[in-house]
Write a protein that binds this ligand. Structure first.
Ligand code: LR7
Ligand code: MN
Length: 590
C-alpha cells in the first residue's frame, strides 16, 4: 500500500506540476523565470519546459521523505525522463562531450539551469527546529578545476537561494587553473553581472590541487566560519544553520552535512541514508553504519571517525590553529583522513549533522588526472601515514608493500604540528574513536589460516542458499564455472538444483560459493567489482553483512552490492553507495 500511495501522489504531483509549469510558460513567457536562465550555455528555448518535477509543491517534498524506505523504481526525486532527451545533434554533442569532460550528464545539468527546487530530505523533526538568532557568519570556499559551468553556478546559486543572507559573509571561488574557455572567460562577467559583491573569484596561476586550493581560498576568507563545498553540489533547505550552531557552542567542533546523492546520469536528487565516515587499511574512505550508541544525542549529531572530505564547516581560527592542511599533498586524495585524524587526535571533534543536507554529484570516475600523471592518492596517503599513524602505518604497508620505500617529501612541518598541539597517539584514536576498526596481525597473515579449500577448521555456517537479487530476480553466481581460482561474479537465472549457486554465510561474515571461494572486495581499488577469491579468514575484504533491509553491505569498502543494469543480459554487479533501492536487495534463500 505504501508503493501504491506513493504512486498516486506521484501522478497527482506530476500532473499538477506540469499544469503549473505550462501555465507559467504560456502566460508569463520565458522571462518569468529567473534571469540567469538565459545565461545558461547551450540552452535553447525549450529550457523552461524542462523544469524538474520538484517545484514549489509541498506534496512532493513531504512525500520524498516518506518514500525513502520504499525506494526502488521511480523515486519522487526522479526528474521527468524527457529531461535527458536528445532532440538534435547539438544535444548529442553536449551530452557526449559532457560525459567525456565531466563524467556526468551535462545536457541535463544545463537544462536544469542555475536554480531548481529540491526535495526536502530532512527528517520532519528538523523542520521545527529553532536556531540561535546570532550565529557566526560563514565564508564558503569552493575550489574547482574544469568544472561544468552549469554545475558550478548551480552550486553557487543554491547557496545564495537557500541561506539567510546575513549568515553568508562571502563565497570564494578558487579556480585551480582551469583550462575550459567558459570558466576562464565568462565566469567573471557572470559574477559581476548577476551575483552580489559577496562572490569573489580567486585564480591560481598554476594547478595546485584541491588541498592547496582550499588553503588559498581560506587565506582570502574573512568570515568566522569556513564552509568548504565541492563545485558540483546543491545545498538543501536550512542547511547552514544546523552546521553553524554546534561551532558556535564549541569552536573545536567540525561538522559535516549529510551528503545527499545527485545522480550523475539523471541529476535526480535523492536522500542518503544516515551513515558515518570510516576508512580501511588501504586508506580509502568508506561509509559505515551508525552504531546505536551514537543515535542518542539530543540534537541528532553523530560523532564520525572520518569525513568524506569535500563538505564541511569549521571555525576559521581553529582551522589555522589546527594546521590547515598538509601543503605537501597534491591534487586529490588523503587530505580528508589527515584532517579527520588530526581533529580527533588533537582535541577536537567531528560530527555529522543529519538536519543539514547538501547534494553532491557522484560521478563514476574522476574526470581529471594530475598534471604529471602521478598517483597523488598514494603520495598523500604516505604522508599522512608517516605523520599520524604511528606503528599502524604497517597495516597500510602490508596492503601496499611497494610503497614501503617510496619517498614522500619533507614532513617535518607536519610533525611539528602534531608536536605543537600535543596530539594523542593513533592507538588512542583507534581505541576511542574508531573501535570498529579491525587490526590484522602484523605479518598480514591471519593468525589462524582457515582456507576453505585446504580443509582447515571453518567458522560455523549460519545460513545457506542462493543469493537472489530482488530487482532482476536472478542469482549471484561465478561468471565461469566456480573453480579453485579467483574470478568474477554476475547474476544469472536461479537454479535451485545447481550446487554451484549455493552460498554459505558464516559466523565470520564470509560468503562462500559452492564451498570453494569467498566473495571478496579489493581494498586497494574499491572501484573494482567484487570477485571470488581464496578465503583468507581475516575479515576486511571478505566481510559482508547480510542483515535487515536485505542489503549486502561490504564492511571494508562501506558500500552495498548492486546489479549494474537491470536489463542487461550480462548481469554485471558492482559496489555502490547503499541507498536501499531494489537493485541492492538480496535474499539468501535455502
Ligand atoms: O586539482 C584539482 N583541483 C580542484 O580544485 C582537483 C579537484 N579540484 C576541485 C574539484 O573541481 C572539486 O570541486 O576539488 C573538488 C573535489 O574534487 P572531486 O569532486 O573530484 O573529488 P571527489 O568528490 O571525487 O572526492 C572526495 O574526496 C576528495 C579527496 O581528496 C576530496 O576531499 C573531495 O572534496 C571529496 N568529495 C566529497 O567528499 C563529496 C562526497 C563524496 C563522497 C563520499
Ligand atoms: Mn566531488
Amino acid at each position: 500500500s505504501v508503493t501504491l500511495r506513493y504512486f498516486c501522489y506521484g501522478c497527482l504531483f506530476t500532473s499538477v506540476t506540469w499544469s503549473v509549469l505550462l501555465f507559467l510558460y504560456f502566460s508569463l513567457g520565458q522571462d518569468a523565470g529567473r534571469p540567469s536562465f538565459r545565461n545558461v550555455p547551450v540552452q535553447g528555448p525549450r529550457a523552461i519546459r524542462f523544469q524538474p518535477r520538484f517545484t514549489k509543491s509541498p506534496v512532493g517534498a513531504k512525500d520524498a521523505v516518506k518514500a525513502v524506505p520504499a525506494a526502488g523504481g521511480s523515486k519522487p526525486s526522479d526528474l521527468s525522463p524527457e529531461m535527458g532527451m536528445i532532440f538534435n545533434e547539438q544535444d548529442q554533442e553536449v551530452r557526449d562531450m559532457g560525459y567525456h569532460k565531466h563524467a556526468f550528464n551535462v545536457l541535463i545539468s544545463n537544462r536544469l539551469g542555475y536554480h531548481r527546487d529540491l526535495p526536502d530530505t530532512r527528517d520532519s523533526k528538523c523542520r521545527n527546529r529553532i536556531y540561535p538568532q546570532s550565529l557566526p557568519v560563514a565564508s564558503v570556499v569552493i575550489c574547482f578545476f574544469n568544472e561544468a559551468f552549469s554545475a558550478l553556478l548551480r552550486t553557487v546559486h543554491s547557496v545564495l537561494d537557500r541561506t539567510p543572507p546575513n549568515l553568508i559573509h562571502e563565497i570564494i571561488l578558487v579556480d585551480d587553473c582551469s583550462e575550459l574557455a567558459d570558466l576562464k572567460e565568462d565566469l567573471d562577467t557572470y559574477v559581476q553581472k548577476h551575483l552580489q559583491a559577496k562572490v569573489k573569484v580567486v585564480r591560481n596561476e598554476k594547478r595546485e590541487g584541491l588541498i592547496r586550493g582550499r588553503m588559498i581560498g581560506a587565506s582570502h576568507a574573512t568570515g568566522e566560519v569556513l564552509v568548504f563545498l565541492d563545485s558540483h553540489c546543491e545545498v538543501n533547505e536550512a542547511w547552514l544553520q544546523p552546521l553553524l550552531a554546534p561551532i558556535h557552542r564549541d569552536s573545536r567542533t567540525v561538522v559535516c552535512p549529510v551528503i545527499d546523492i545527485i545522480s550523475a546520469d539523471t541529476l535526480a536528487y535523492s536522500p542518503s541514508p544516515i551513515v558515518r565516515g570510516g576508512f580501511n587499511w588501504g586508506l580509502h574512505f568508506k561509509w559505515d553504519p551508525v552504531p546505536t550508541s551514537e543515535l542518542s544525542s539530543p540534537d541528532g549529531a553523530i560523532r564520525s571517525p572520518t569525513m568524506a572530505g569535500g563538505l564541511f564547516a569549521m571555525d576559521r581560527k581553529y582551522f589555522n590553529e589546527l594546521g590547515q592542511y598538509d601543503s605537501g599533498m597534491d591534487i586529490w586524495g588523503g587530505e580528508n583522513l589527515e584532517i579527520s585524524f588530526r581533529i580527533w587526535m588533537c582535541g577536537g571533534q567531528l560530527l555529522i549533522i543529519p538536519c543539514s543536507r547538501v547534494g553532491h554529484i557522484f560521478r563514476k570516475r574522476r574526470p581529471y588526472g594530475s598534471p604529471g600523471g602521478q598517483d597523488t592518492m598514494a603520495h598523500n596517503s604516505l604522508r599522512l601515514a608517516h605523520v599520524w599513524m604511528d606503528e599502524y602505518k604497517e597495516q597500510y604497508f602490508n596492503l601496499r608493500p611497494e610503497l614501503r620505500e617510496r619517498a614522500y617529501g619533507d614532513i617535518s612541518e607536519r610533525q611539528a604540528v602534531r608536536h605543537r598541539l600535543q596530539c594523542q597517539s593513533f592507538k588512542w584514536y583507534l581505541d576511542n574513536i574508531y573501535p570498529e576498526m579491525q587490526i590484522t596481525s602484523p605479518n598480514n597473515k591471519p593468525q589462524q589460516p582457515m582456507f576453505v579449500n585446504k580443509g582447515v577448521r571453518r567458522p560455523k555456517v549460519l545460513n545457506r542458499g542462493r543469493l537472489r537479487n530482488l530487482q532482476v530476480n536472478k542469482c549471484l553466481v561465478a561468471q565461469g564455472r566456480p573453480s579453485q581460482k579467483s574470478g568474477a561474479v554476475v547474476v544469472k537465472a536461479c537454479d535451485s538444483r545447481n550446487p554451484e549457486q549455493e552460498w554459505a554465510y558464516d559466523e565470520e561474515h564470509e560468503l562462500i560459493l559452492a564451498g570453494l571461494l569467498c566473495l571478496d572486495m579489493s581494498e586497494i581499488r574499491s572501484s573494482d567489482p567484487p570477485r571470488l577469491m581464496k578465503c583468507h579468514g581475516s575479515g576486511g575484504s571478505q566481510q559482508w553483512s547480510l542483515g535487515k533491509s536485505n542489503r549486502l553491505y561490504q564492511v571494508s569498502v562501506g558500500q552495498c552490492l548492486a546489479v549494474v543494469d537491470p536489463v542487461s543480459p550480462k548481469g554485471y554487479v558492482s559496489m555502490a553507495i547503499c541507498n536501499g533501492s531494489q537493485s541492492q536487495q538480496w535474499q539468501l534463500e535455502g
